[in-house]
Design a protein around this ligand. Structure first.
Ligand SMILES: [Cu+2]
Length: 244
C-alpha cells in the first residue's frame, strides 16, 4: 500500500505541466492545417476536466462554434493529432496512462462512441499515442450528410485510484477535444446508443476509478468508460499515419 502511494505521488508531481490537447486533423493522410480555434473548439490551455458533472465534459471549457468545418466522406480516415506544449513533442506525460476514445454527435448532445482502445497488447492506448506522435484515427461511418462534432477523449488514470467527487485533488483526468466536421456523403446509418456528456460518466461508471499501481487490478481487465462501440462504427487505430 505504501509503495502504491509513493508511486502515485511521484506521478502526480511529474504530471503538473504534462497535459495535452489536439493540434489538428488529417483526412486520408493529408493534414488539414492548425485546427486550433479554426475547426477545433479549442480550450485556452491543455488542462484536464476532472469534475464529471461539469458542462466542460461535453467539449472542454470553450465549447463555442468556430469558423471552419473539415469535410469528410464515409470511409475516409480521419486522424486526430494531440500535443503537449508544441506540435509533435512528448504528446502527454508517460504517467498519464489510460484509454483513447472517439465519440460523434450531430448537435453535441447525444454522443455515440465510434472508437475505444484501453489496454491492449500489454500497452495503454496513451503509450501507443505517444509512440504515434499523438496520432489516432477513425474511419468515418456511413453517416447522413451534415454537420457533426467528433469528440476525441483521453481518460488519464494516474490519479484515478479515487474519484474526484471523493477527493478533488485526485481523480481521473479527462481530456476531450471537439472538432467540427462536415460529412458530405449521404449515408444511411443513423446514430444510436448515444449518451449524455456530462451525465453518463459518474464515479460509479466502470473505468473512472482504477488503480494503475501496485496492488491495483490487472490492466487487462480495464473497461473504458461509456457504452460499447456503436455497431455502425468502422474502426480505427492508435498509430502514426503521417509526419507532423
Ligand atoms: Cu496532465
Amino acid at each position: 500500500m505504501k509503495v502504491a502511494v509513493v508511486a502515485s505521488l511521484a506521478a502526480c508531481i511529474a504530471a503538473v505541466h504534462a497535459h495535452t490537447t489536439v493540434y489538428g486533423l488529417w483526412v486520408n493522410n493529408v493534414f488539414q492545417g492548425d485546427g486550433r480555434n479554426q475547426y477545433i473548439r479549442s480550450p485556452p490551455n491543455n488542462n484536464p476536466v476532472k469534475d464529471l458533472t461539469s458542462s466542460a465534459m461535453t467539449c472542454n471549457v470553450n465549447n463555442n462554434a468556430v469558423s471552419r468545418f473539415v469535410s469528410v466522406k464515409s470511409g475516409d480516415q480521419l486522424t486526430f493529432e494531440w500535443y503537449h506544449d508544441a506540435r509533435n513533442d512528448d504528446i502527454i506525460d508517460k504517467s498519464h496512462k489510460g484509454p483513447v476514445q472517439v465519440y460523434v454527435a450531430p448537435q453535441g448532445q447525444v454522443w455515440t462512441k465510434i472508437f475505444s482502445q484501453g489496454y491492449t497488447g500489454g500497452q495503454w492506448a496513451t503509450d501507443k499515442l505517444i509512440a504515434a506522435h499523438g496520432q489516432h484515427s477513425v474511419i468515418v461511418p456511413d453517416l447522413p450528410a451534415g454537420q457533426y462534432l467528433f469528440r476525441a477523449e483521453i481518460v488519464a488514470l494516474h490519479e484515478a485510484d479515487v474519484a474526484y467527487a471523493n477527493n478533488p485533488v485526485r481523480g481521473a483526468q479527462n481530456y476531450m477535444s471537439c472538432s467540427q466536421i462536415l460529412v458530405t456523403s449521404n449515408g444511411t446509418q443513423s446514430l444510436s446508443g448515444g449518451i449524455a456528456l456530462p451525465g453518463a460518466y459518474t464515479p460509479q461508471t466502470p473505468g473512472i476509478v482504477f488503480n494503475l499501481y501496485l496492488g491495483g487490478p490487472d490492466p487487462n481487465t480495464y473497461q473504458a468508460p461509456g457504452p460499447s462501440v456503436w455497431s455502425g462504427a468502422r474502426g480505427g487505430s492508435v498509430a502514426q499515419i503521417g509526419n507532423a
